[in-house]
Design a protein around this ligand. Structure first.
Ligand SMILES: [Zn+2]
Length: 104
């Protein structure tokens, strides 16, 4: 009796220890990268055409340094991202938005 009791936990411990290197990594990864659905801001507000003259709105899609934010970050769809980049580049050419700003 006593031997059986002592044997089973030890056996379990050894198996869990053997499986340990793989399992926590998977569980950790799942929890860490909990995916949140990104929705295109412009599709949600049903904006068809982006006006380059509305520079304050266009500016919200640029970094502080003046770079254009990627789709990955803002979550805009391909169609709207194309329009945004066009508007930003237009504004840059008209000196409404900067091409680049120095780092602070
Ligand atoms: Zn969109």
């Amino acid at each position: 009796m006593s031997e059986e009791i002592t044997n089973t936990p030890a056996a379990e411990a050894s198996t869990s220890a053997a499986a340990r290197p793989e399992r926590p990594a998977r569980a950790f990864g799942k929890k860490r990268f909990e995916s949140r659905r990104k929705v295109c801001k412009l599709c949600a507000e049903k904006i068809d055409n982006i006006d380059y003259k509305n520079f304050q709105f266009v500016k919200s899609f640029t970094m502080e340094s003046g770079k254009i934010l990627s789709r990955r970050i803002t979550g805009t769809c391909a169609k709207h991202q194309r329009q945004i980049t066009k508007a930003i580049k237009r504004d840059r050419n008209l000196a409404i938005l900067p091409y680049s700003l120095p780092k602070k």
